[in-house]
Design a protein. Structure first.
Length: 130
């Protein structure tokens, strides 16, 4: 990536799979405790976000093949990916992020908003005007 010290494969992963710093933090939290299920409420509390945001984040991680939902009640989520290559990439990202938090967060924040996020933002603005 031009002008970036982030290794290309990590940058591509971040740009393709991660929508927010909170999502990255959730992924790394799940990765740190791979044998533990986390509820949406526990993740929200740990990430200092609301339950709805945490639910959206874990749903996105599951959709990207980076986490799975348990069949427990309430449902829990844990880190799991089918690819050894992705496991190695996330391991490298974890180490890189620990030492280079600013470039990683800057890259995530520089991403254009997704269409879903733009829709949510527009809805929020419209609701405030009413």
């Amino acid at each position: 990536m031009p002008g970036s010290n982030i290794p290309d494969d990590l940058a591509v992963f971040l740009l393709d799979k991660i929508e927010s710093v909170a999502q990255l933090e959730a992924l790394l939290l799940l990765r740190a405790t791979p044998n533990e299920d986390w509820t949406v409420e526990e993740l929200a509390r740990r990430l200092y976000i609301d339950n709805h945001q945490a639910a959206v984040i874990v749903a996105a991680l599951c959709a990207e093949g980076l986490a799975v939902e348990s069949r427990s009640v309430p449902p829990g989520y844990r880190y799991q990916t089918a690819s050894a290559e992705t496991i190695a990439l996330v391991d490298r990202l974890t180490a890189y992020y620990a030492k280079h938090i600013v470039p990683v967060t800057n890259l995530i924040h520089s991403k254009p908003k997704s269409r879903i996020q733009e829709f949510a933002d527009a809805f929020r603005l419209k609701k405030k005007e009413e």
